[in-house]
Design a protein around this ligand. Structure first.
Ligand code: FE
Ligand code: FE
Ligand code: ZN
Length: 287
């Protein structure tokens, strides 16, 4: 089982600290924001302690495809009303591609974007334009578009949106997918019929295009479009379902990443990863 969680990247150890944090949870995958997810200020990658981090990753046997970079969620490639917002998103994504390569990772997860009030088709066209600009000069780093909850004017809440973007960009071979279990349920997919969902995804995108799964429980029922993650087994999806995804034979090569909430300022990942590896729910939040 390839399983990990999002980890921080911060002073003084940066990437090395991220890897150590992941290993402390017995993870064999990790997802990193290269700075605060809600802003675009970034330290220079030369400060990230990349070689020490890479050595530790190699010792732990963690593959380059199990190291995921997540672009900050404030960048919006779908914006058509503020040119500076779009340009910032393109410029940031270009830099993120270079940082990802420098870190020895292969995949960036990206929220496709929100069309604000422009409408879906116009928003999708803008995302395609932005990806084409950002991927100039890039021939190796993949962008995994995340399946979104459909909150507000978010695009990418259907597989069709993601397939449309992929087939329309100039480098479709570099566009992949990140499935988020909470988001898919929020978007209205009946995730409990999971094998049928995988078949549908396979028809529209191709199952081999799936690079990452965000494994999250959800605070809300199917179709809520709220995007509120819950700890494994404490939401509407439930532990049995999430274990089924984590251990699914068709997804054995796909890293599963937890983005479940901290509890009392403490990360839940060590116990959640252990529960998934054992296939047994532990009611660790019971008082
Ligand atoms: Fe995300
Ligand atoms: Fe996610
Ligand atoms: Zn989310």
């Amino acid at each position: 089982m390839i399983i990990g969680c999002h980890v921080s990247l911060s002073a003084p150890h940066y990437y090395l600290g991220s890897v150590k944090e992941a290993l402390s949870y017995n993870a064999n995958a990790l997802m990193i924001y290269t700075g605060a997810p809600q802003n675009t200020f970034r330290k220079n990658v030369s400060d990230f302690k990349v070689s020490e981090a890479r050595q530790l990753l190699a010792e732990a046997g963690i593959s380059d495809y199990s190291i995921i970079v997540h672009a900050p969620y404030i960048i919006n490639l779908a914006n058509t009303t503020k040119p500076e917002t779009f340009e910032l998103a393109v410029e940031f994504l270009k830099q993120e591609i270079d940082r990802t390569r420098a870190m020895g990772a292969k995949v960036i997860v990206l929220h496709p974007g929100s069309h604000v009030n422009a409408g879906e088709e116009i928003g999708l066209r803008r995302i395609i334009e932005g990806l084409n600009l950002a991927m100039q000069g890039n021939d190796d780093i993949e962008i995994a578009l995340e399946t979104m909850a459909g909150k507000g004017s978010e695009l990418g809440y259907t597989f069709e949106h993601l397939a449309y973007i992929k087939k329309s960009v100039s480098k479709p071979h570099l566009i992949k997918v990140c499935m988020d279990t909470c988001h898919m349920s929020d978007a209205g997919y009946d995730v409990f019929r999971f094998d049928e969902l995988l078949d549908e995804f396979d028809r529209i995108m191709g199952l081999d295009q799936l690079r990452v799964i965000h494994l999250n429980d959800s605070k809300n029922l199917t179709g809520a479009r709220k995007d509120r993650h819950a700890n494994l087994g404490y939401g509407e999806l439930g532990f049995d379902f999430l274990f089924k995804v984590a251990s699914h034979p068709r997804l054995s090569n796909v890293p599963k990443i937890l983005e479940t909430p901290y509890v009392n300022d403490l990360p839940p990942y060590k116990i959640e990863i252990e529960m998934l590896r054992n296939g047994i729910f532990v009611d660790w939040l019971a008082t």
